[in-house]
Design a protein around this ligand. Structure first.
Ligand code: IPE
Ligand code: IPE
Ligand code: MG
Length: 252
């Protein structure tokens, strides 16, 4: 028997998406095109994060998930990796009070065990400080990989089920790193590449995908609105026909 997919309800695309997930790509090329070192692009990218977080709060988006560092980004030169870690730590230090005051709840998901103890501690403090907020659920994916996420969820499901039992979606989904959030409605990738790069593999099953050539440091509130406009033109069918959607809407 085919088990029902978790992706069941049909969100109204004329509304603001409730969960936006972004691959913030193109920092290095932004810098290189200006004859600047790649690190200058990462520093400018932090400013875009600030602007987009603010824009999401203003648009009443409930969940914003940002891919900041993938499990594959360790392959980069050591000095770029350590600079990214420093930037992350500085941004946390500078922004956490503002996030708290704006009502933002911060979570950092990924295999955090590979980060140094001080950064892990800083993350834990920031999560704790903002844990009762609910204006915007901001999630930073750091040392995150979609395959890592699915495997750790499957291992946890295996531990909690009798030996030899078959998994269902419902056994795995609650153990995923982003189980607290609905699946993303809108995925955005800046920087021109049209790929998922091991982001939220499970959760993107029925997400609307939007790709833009704009480099992340140039992505601003107007660019976000263009992506939302594109989303609002889409018809999400989740396997059904257009005619059926009208019936499903009437019934709900
Ligand atoms: C995204 O920008 C930031 C991270 C992956 C950390 P890139 O650094 O990948 O920029 P490009 O793709 O090289 O331009
Ligand atoms: C994806 O960007 C990861 C992040 C933005 C954190 P990459 O620049 O690492 O992706 P690839 O290597 O071009 O696929
Ligand atoms: Mg890149």
């Amino acid at each position: 028997m085919i088990k029902a997919s978790s992706t069941q309800n049909i969100p109204d695309t004329s509304l603001i998406p409730s969960h936006v997930a972004i691959i913030m790509d193109g920092n290095g090329r932004w810098a290189t095109s200006r004859y600047l070192p790649r690190v200058a692009g990462h520093a400018k990218g932090v400013e875009s994060v600030r602007a987009i977080v603010k824009a999401c709060v203003a648009r009443k988006i409930s969940y914003l998930t940002l891919f900041a560092f993938s499990s594959e980004n360790w392959r980069r030169p050591a000095d770029e990796v350590s600079l990214l870690m420093r930037l992350f730590s500085t941004a946390l230090e500078r922004e956490v009070n503002r996030m708290f005051a704006t009502g933002i709840r911060l979570r950092v998901v990924g295999d955090l065990s590979r980060f140094d103890a001080r950064l892990q501690d800083q993350i834990a403090q920031a999560e704790l400080k903002t844990k009762d907020n609910d204006t915007l659920n901001l999630t930073i994916c750091a040392n995150y990989g979609g395959r890592w996420d699915m495997l750790q969820a499957m291992n946890k499901a295996a531990d909690s089920l009798p030996v030899g039992s078959e998994f269902t979606e419902q056994d795995i989904a609650p153990h995923l790193a982003m189980a607290f959030a609905p699946e993303p409605d809108l995925f955005i990738r800046t920087g021109g590449e049209q790929r998922i790069s091991n982001f939220l593999l499970w959760q993107l099953a029925y997400t609307e995908l939007y790709f833009t050539d704009t480099y992340w440091p140039d992505f601003d509130a107007a660019s976000l609105d263009e992506a939302i406009d594109s989303y609002q033109q889409r018809e999400r069918r989740f396997g059904r026909t257009s005619a059926q959607l009208i019936e499903v809407r009437k019934a709900s």
